[in-house]
Design a protein around this ligand. Structure first.
Ligand SMILES: C[S@@+](CC[C@H](N)C(=O)[O-])C[C@H]1O[C@@H](n2cnc3c(N)ncnc32)[C@H](O)[C@@H]1O
Length: 265
């Protein structure tokens, strides 16, 4: 099969994902593949066929190929752990700019460890405590920190947000992208998002369970005054302002949606 034919099929079957698919598989942009009339060879065609089949069954590209770009890193991904989204880069950007010098921060609900890895890389003066309830997520966090040589500056702890907070060390700030999808929206998730773990997405009936819990339970965990940087859903800014006892600032993501909530008190 020629590259040109593969490109046609990709555009037909993968639509808006065709470009990313081409990059993942061939490390070449789609327009380049489209102009190549040479044969792709048996091994590559076989791999292409397998990947396309998995994609057409609804599996996300990031699970098929095992990584995703995030901030300026390539974060390893695998089934059972949420795929990092570019929305979350707004939280990283805020943390990189505002964490105090020498800060110990907690990446609460760390998932793949994407937040901790990006912040530790860009703020070499900081250290992290990475927490999640999922062992698969904690293993992946370790892998991603090792990938960038950051493991010596992070402690990884299995931790339940709704459990005992006295096991945590005292920190200067909490960075947290918790599960925040409400019950009604969980019913409308597209097929590829349904392949991601439900416990990484569902934030209770109104989507706010984790925010309430982290705000309440973190009292006493800070070395100084409270400093929490949350990722929020585009429509949750007003609710966060209502439920927080702290000063609350909301910042927008690249699409102009409310995305980051900064609490200080
Ligand atoms: C929205 S994902 C965020 C992952 C990662 N920080 C990111 O931004 O891509 C939420 C994470 O919360 C974890 N989680 C769910 N329930 C939890 C709980 N009760 N305690 C701690 N972590 C929990 C999930 O395992 C998942 O990794």
């Amino acid at each position: 099969m020629t590259f040109e034919r593969i490109s046609e099929e990709l555009r037909e079957k993968a639509g808006g994902d065709a470009q990313a698919f081409s990059f993942y598989l061939f490390d070449r942009p789609l327009y380049d593949v489209a102009r190549d009339r040479s044969d792709a060879g048996d091994a590559l065609c076989e791999k292409y066929g397998e990947c396309l089949e998995r994609y057409l069954s609804g599996e996300p590209l990031q699970y098929i190929f095992g990584y995703t770009p995030f901030y300026d890193l390539l974060i390893n991904c695998r089934p059972g752990v949420l795929i990092p989204r570019y929305d979350t880069e707004a939280l990283v950007e805020e943390a990189v700019k505002t964490l105090p010098s020498g800060a110990l921060f907690c990446d609460m609900c760390c998932g793949s460890g994407c937040i901790a890895a990006a912040v530790l890389k860009h703020r070499p003066d900081t250290r992290a405590v990475c927490c999640d309830i999922s062992d698969t997520a904690l293993e992946l966090t370790r892998e991603n920190l090792l990938k960038y040589g950051l493991e010596d500056r992070a402690e990884i702890i299995r931790f339940d947000v709704f459990g005992d907070w006295s096991v945590l060390p005292r920190v200067d700030a909490i960075l947290c992208n918790p599960p925040y999808i409400n019950a009604a929206d969980m019913e409308k998730l597209p097929e590829n998002v349904r392949r991601e773990p439900r416990e990484a997405l569902y934030g209770g009936v109104d989507g706010l369970d984790f925010y309430r819990r982290v705000i309440k339970a973190s009292d006493g965990v800070f070395r100084g005054t409270a400093h929490i940087i949350f990722e929020i859903g585009y429509d949750q800014g007003a609710a966060l302002k209502r439920l927080s006892p702290y000063d609350c600032e909301i910042k927008k993501d690249l699409s102009g949606n409310d995305r980051v909530c900064i609490l200080r008190g």
